[in-house]
Design a protein around this ligand. Structure first.
Ligand code: PGA
Length: 256
C-alpha cells in the first residue's frame, strides 16, 4: 500500500516573513491529518526557517531545484550539500525549469543522480505540452522524458514522479481524472520496465496541474494516482489543508 503524498510547490512566491506565516498557519491543521505524507516546497531563502518551524512536525520540507555539482564556481546555484539536513524532498525537472531555464532531460538526469547520492528524494516532473497533447503524443513524450531522466539510475521507493500536463499548470484547466489515471498507469509500466515489478509498485506517482480543493477527489480517488503536486492552491491554507484532508479520507475509505 503506497502512502499518498501531497506536495505544495510554492514556486517564486513568499518572502521570508510570508513563508514563516504560511507554514505556521498550516502546521497545526496538517499535523492533525494522518494517512497522507505532506510536503511543502518553499523558495530556497526560506528553507532554513521553515525547517526550524517544522522540527517535530509530520509536515516535511522539499526544495524546488538543485545544482548537480557538489560545490564550486556556479554563481547563484544551490548544491545538494546545502540542502541536506534542511529538506527531505527536491522537485526536479519541473516544466517551468525546462521551459524558462533550458533544462534538458540530460540535466534532469544529472540532478536526479546527485539528489539520490545525497539522500534527497526526487519528485521528478514529466508532462506534455498542449500541442503534443492535441496530437496524441502524451504517452510518447512522457515515456521519452522518463527514460532519459532515469537513465542509469537505480530506482527505489525514494523516487516520486509527478505527471503534470503543461497545459494544465496554472491554467485552471485540470486534466480529467480518468485521463490522468491512464497516463499514470503507463508511467508505472515504464518504471517497471526500468526496474522491477515490486519497485514499480512502491514508487509514488502524483498528478499535478490546477489541483484545488474542488477537484482533488477526482484525482485522489483514482487507483493509480498516489496524490498531487499542488502549485497555486498550496499558497492558500484553506485550500491546501482541504486537499490533504480529502486525500486522507479517500485513503481511509479505500483501506476499509
Ligand atoms: P498549479 O501548479 O497547481 O498552480 O497548476 C502545479 C505545478 O506547477 O506543480
Amino acid at each position: 500500500m503506497r502512502l499518498p503524498l501531497i506536495a505544495g510547490n510554492w514556486k517564486m512566491n513568499t518572502n521570508l516573513a510570508e513563508a514563516v506565516k504560511l507554514v505556521n498557519d498550516m502546521r497545526p491543521h496538517l499535523d492533525a491529518i494522518h494517512d497522507v505524507e505532506k510536503v511543502v516546497c518553499p523558495p530556497f531563502i526560506s528553507l532554513s526557517a521553515v525547517h526550524e518551524i517544522l522540527k517535530g512536525s509530520q509536515l516535511k520540507v522539499g526544495a524546488q531545484n538543485l545544482h548537480f555539482e557538489e560545490k564550486g564556481a556556479f554563481t547563484g546555484e544551490i548544491s545538494p550539500l546545502m540542502l541536506t539536513g534542511l529538506c527531505e524532498y527536491v522537485i526536479l525537472g519541473h516544466s517551468e525549469r525546462r521551459q524558462y531555464f533550458q533544462e534538458t532531460d540530460e540535466v534532469v538526469n544529472k540532478k536526479l543522480k546527485t539528489a539520490l547520492k545525497f539522500g534527497l528524494k526526487p519528485i521528478l516532473c514529466v508532462g506534455e505540452k498542449l500541442a503534443e497533447y492535441e496530437d496524441g503524443l502524451t504517452s510518447e513524450v512522457v515515456t521519452g522524458q522518463l527514460k532519459a531522466s532515469l537513465k542509469d539510475v537505480t530506482l527505489s521507493e525514494n523516487l516520486v514522479v509527478a505527471y503534470e500536463p503543461i497545459w494544465a499548470i496554472g491554467t485552471g484547466k485540470a486534466a480529467n481524472g480518468t485521463q490522468a489515471n491512464a497516463v499514470i498507469s503507463r508511467i508505472r509500466k515504464i518504471i517497471q520496465e526500468l526496474s522491477t515489478e515490486s519497485t514499480s509498485q512502491c514508487v509514488r506517482i502524483l498528478y499535478g496541474g490546477s489541483v484545488t480543493m474542488d477537484n482533488i477527489q477526482e484525482f485522489a480517488g483514482m487507483p493509480a494516482i498516489d496524490g498531487a503536486l499542488v502549485g497555486g492552491a498550496s499558497l492558500k491554507p484553506d485550500q491546501f489543508i482541504s486537499i490533504v484532508k480529502q486525500t486522507a479520507q479517500i485513503n481511509c475509505h479505500s483501506q476499509e
